[in-house]
Design a protein around this ligand. Structure first.
Ligand code: 4AD
Ligand code: MG
Length: 433
């Protein structure tokens, strides 16, 4: 099929281009017919441009075609930019040629904002739903978030790595593993790159990975999915305080970069990003439990803090904060106990707006200690043979964290449901599309 190539995106069409010939490709968002002149609002990923089709300027074919166009038809328009006081953005494109690249047959939902469909329906017809300007804004911001994170990692000499997602042993506890048939053997989908990223500190020193993690959790909440993107980092010769400093910088860079690059998208989403102050506050697990008990929320010492508890702590603190020094026994086996008080550990959770966004810690780096920690949790060291042996080969002291990308996006963009910020969410009841 022959068609002219896109020379400009809608966002490039500015009054300064007055008189220039351009080709735009995109979708028909709206058509207005005022007799002799017809207007098409063309959408592409970056926004909208008014296309004006009038006799004497547009080709005869274009004049014929525009009569038949429907919303969401895919078109290419060759025309001339005209600065205009009447057009919304102060500029329009006078069409010379219009090419119909594909005809829409139907749209499964209203993407024009007249009636917002409910989330379940939107996810069922997700590819269509993603054309909505709100969703274009969310996923452009999502891409910028990841880019800003990479910048911070590279600045601190982390390199990006990819570890296997089909694995033989659990990392975060056995209950939430998805089993897969791996030829004659049983394998699992990775819950986290935890063990691989730790091993890599013995060679690459500072690594990060942004990739999928799989959890067979049966929760059906607004902030759990069975597949999510985990932002993982691990660094040799650091402890949990060094790691929290890096997370502070990373989150602040994310907020600042998104504020700078996405003013319009944030306005559309009605989001005002706060200016965050570094370093983020830290409270110990003990302080958190005391505070909660004072507020009438009963959490026993040695138990995990439930989501409702985190929300209460947020009401008190009102900014992002860390809960540090968790009881060793409720953290994963690789977590380093505190030297002066081994019942506590060098560990943290980052909480933003009452939601756990990241977990991290200093890790154990000697084989003897790691083997004991595995046994203490009722796990079998034999299952970790290929991991434990690495600790004989010169493992450096190290620390790291895992951060849920979708959870961060959810709190940044004030979304009630994590599924809003995921292209094709996977939950207990959703495997298609
Ligand atoms: O707290 P988690 O389980 O920690 C780990 O995976 C460790 N390996 C991290 C480390 O380096 N020590 O998971 C990390 C983060 C959570 O804080 C949360 O933001 C996100 O991943 N997360 C989920 N997001 C969506 N759906 C789920 N089911 C999630 N489970 C965890
Ligand atoms: Mg956690």
């Amino acid at each position: 099929m022959k068609f002219p190539r896109k020379t400009h995106w809608t966002c490039d069409i500015k009054p300064e281009l007055d008189g220039q010939e351009v080709t735009l490709c995109g979708w028909v968002w709206e058509i207005r017919d005022i007799g002799k002149i017809k207007f098409i609002v063309l959408r592409d990923r970056e926004g909208f441009v008014q296309i004006t089709v009038k006799k004497g300027f547009a080709s005869d074919d274009a004049l014929e075609l525009v009569k038949k166009l429907k919303k969401e038809d895919v078109i290419a328009v060759r025309g001339v930019v005209k600065a205009s006081k009447i057009a919304k953005a102060g500029v329009e494109v006078l069409a010379k040629e219009i090419h119909l690249l594909n005809e829409v047959k139907m749209m499964p939902l209203d993407i024009w904002g007249n009636v917002e469909s409910e989330l379940g329906t939107r996810l069922r017809y997700r590819a269509a739903d993603l054309k909505r300007p709100e969703n274009l804004a969310i996923f452009k911001i999502s891409s910028t978030v990841v880019r800003a994170m990479r910048e911070t990692f590279y600045k601190h000499r982390f390199i990006e790595v990819f570890t296997p997602k089909i694995i033989a042993t659990c990392t975060e506890g056995g209950a939430d593993l998805f089993e897969v048939q791996y030829f004659e053997k049983k394998a699992y989908l990775a819950q986290s790159p935890q063990l691989y990223k730790e091993q890599l500190t013995a060679s690459l020193e500072r690594v990060f990975e942004i990739g999928p993690a799989f959890r067979a959790e049966k929760h059906n909440t607004n902030y759990h999915l069975n597949e999510f993107i985990s932002v993982d980092a691990e660094a040799a010769f650091m402890d949990y305080n060094d790691i929290m400093n890096i997370i502070d910088e990373l989150i602040c860079n994310v907020y600042e970069t998104v504020s700078k690059l996405h003013e319009e998208e944030l306005k559309l989403l009605k989001v005002e990003l706060p200016k965050l102050k570094r370093p983020f506050k830290k409270i110990t697990y003990d302080e958190a439990i005391d505070l909660l008990n004072k507020r009438g929320i009963e959490v026993k010492y040695g138990e995990d803090i439930p989501h409702a508890g985190l929300e209460v702590l947020y009401e008190e603190i009102c900014e992002p904060f860390y809960i540090i020094d968790w009881p060793t026994e409720i953290r994963p086996f690789y977590t380093m106990p505190k030297e002066d008080d081994p019942k506590k550990s060098e560990s943290f959770d980052l909480v933003i707006k009452g939601l756990e966004i990241a977990s991290g810690s200093t890790r154990i780096h000697t084989r003897e200690m790691l083997e004991k920690a595995i046994r203490d949790r009722g796990l079998d060291p034999e299952a970790f043979r290929y991991h434990l042996e690495v600790y004989d080969w010169g493992m450096p002291p190290h620390a790291g964290f895992g951060l849920g990308l979708y959870r961060l996006l959810m709190v940044m963009l004030n979304k009630e449901n994590i599924r809003e910020v995921v292209l094709y969410p996977r939950d207990r009841f959703r495997l298609i599309p």
